[in-house]
Design a protein around this ligand. Structure first.
Ligand code: VTB
Length: 348
């Protein structure tokens, strides 16, 4: 057998097992007030579970650079085919983006919306993005293709409201609660929309924005670039949209991002990854160009889209999403992990 770009249908269930493990391990640390401890638990569990996944996997979005992250670092080979050469590797070649614990602080404080996430695609199907900031605009299917990240906030909100058949006052925009967003928040308020400020976790907020009935209609502002790629993978499955642009640290407080300092290390890092224009706007398909996208996530703490892990003595219960582009499916998965033997009662 040779490496193939078609991902086997059962792979999504293997990845489900991986994110469930990360979620369970990190939820055990919930409320300990130590985000690094929580993150470490998720990373170890994810790395461990990944060992037995039948893939020739390569991490493209992970825990950071090899010298800083011992596990799940960018470029690490993972899965059962990791030790074998690419030629004649019996396992499918898969690029992987992970965020073993999105919202480390949320888990450490027991706050809502912490999740364990993994996206996969055929080789080259997910952008290899450096760990830096990214300005993002995320919306659901109704407004896909209608907004422009460079347009004034009020113009985008006007169009979004029209597309959703409501007034601007009926919109909720989620924004990370950071000083860098002072102007953005002012602009959203001036336009008349409502705002949900969150302490962390713009990936799960982006997923909420693309799912009807969540009460969130857009995510705006600057968060992490790796999570931007993961958001794009989710948007391909949910028919939503992300528009994004990398942001260098020294641009963070500029009102427009047109000035870029040429000698920045990050700029050099971007160039080495083939990202030559720091001002380029990335669309969903630029961030996640893959045809075969798999996106899996499990709730750590209770959230808008999935509940958190529940422990009940004789087992635990996890709530997850498995989303794929081929075939195009979104599965809401509720798993009871039974540990108590034949007397364990399974509840609805
Ligand atoms: C965090 C985190 C987000 O971006 O805010 C991070 O909560 C970067 O922002 O979910 P800060 O450096 O200001 O904390 C995310 O990780 C994802 O985009």
């Amino acid at each position: 057998m040779t490496a193939t770009s078609i991902l086997p249908p059962a792979l999504s269930l293997e990845f489900l097992r991986v994110v469930e493990s990360a979620a369970i391990a990190s939820t055990r640390t919930m409320g300990q007030g130590d985000r690094k401890f929580s993150d470490h638990a998720a990373v170890e569990a994810m790395r461990d579970a990944m060992r037995t996944v039948p893939i020739n996997g390569r991490i493209v979005i992970g825990e950071g650079e090899r010298d800083k992250a011992p596990m799940l670092y960018i470029g690490e080979r993972v899965g059962m085919g990791a030790e074998l050469p690419d030629e004649n590797n019996p396992f499918p070649a898969v690029d992987i983006a992970v965020d073993p614990l999105e919202g480390t602080n949320l888990c450490a404080t027991g706050s809502a919306n912490a999740i364990a996430v993994l996206a996969a695609a055929e080789r080259g199907g997910l952008l290899n993005a450096p760990d830096m900031y990214m300005n993002k605009l995320v919306v659901g299917p109704a407004a896909r293709g209608c907004l422009d990240i460079d347009a004034p906030v009020k113009d985008n909100l006007k169009i979004l409201a029209r597309r959703l058949g409501r007034s601007i006052e009926d919109l909720v925009v989620t924004v990370l609660d950071r000083p860098r967003h002072a102007k953005l928040v002012k602009d959203i308020r001036a336009a008349g929309a409502r705002i949900q400020l969150i302490s962390d976790g713009d990936l799960s907020a982006g997923i909420s924005a693309a799912v009807g009935g969540s009460g969130v209609h857009a995510v705006m502002g600057i968060g992490g670039a790796p999570e931007g790629v993961l958001t794009a993978a989710a948007m391909k499955c949910l028919n939503g949209e992300i528009q994004a642009r990398f942001v260098l640290k020294d641009q963070l407080h500029q009102e427009d991002y047109s000035k870029v300092s040429e000698d920045s290390d990050t700029l050099a890092r971007m160039k080495s990854m083939g990202l030559s224009d720091p001002l380029q706007i990335y669309q969903t398909d630029d961030l996640a160009p893959g045809k075969n996208i798999i996106f899996v996530m499990t709730g750590v703490t209770d959230g808008k889209v999935v509940r958190g892990v529940r422990f009940f003595g004789t087992g635990k219960r996890t709530a997850s999403l498995i989303m794929k582009t081929q075939p195009h499916q979104v599965r809401f998965v509720d798993t009871v992990h039974i540990e108590g033997g034949p007397d364990t009662v399974i509840r609805f």
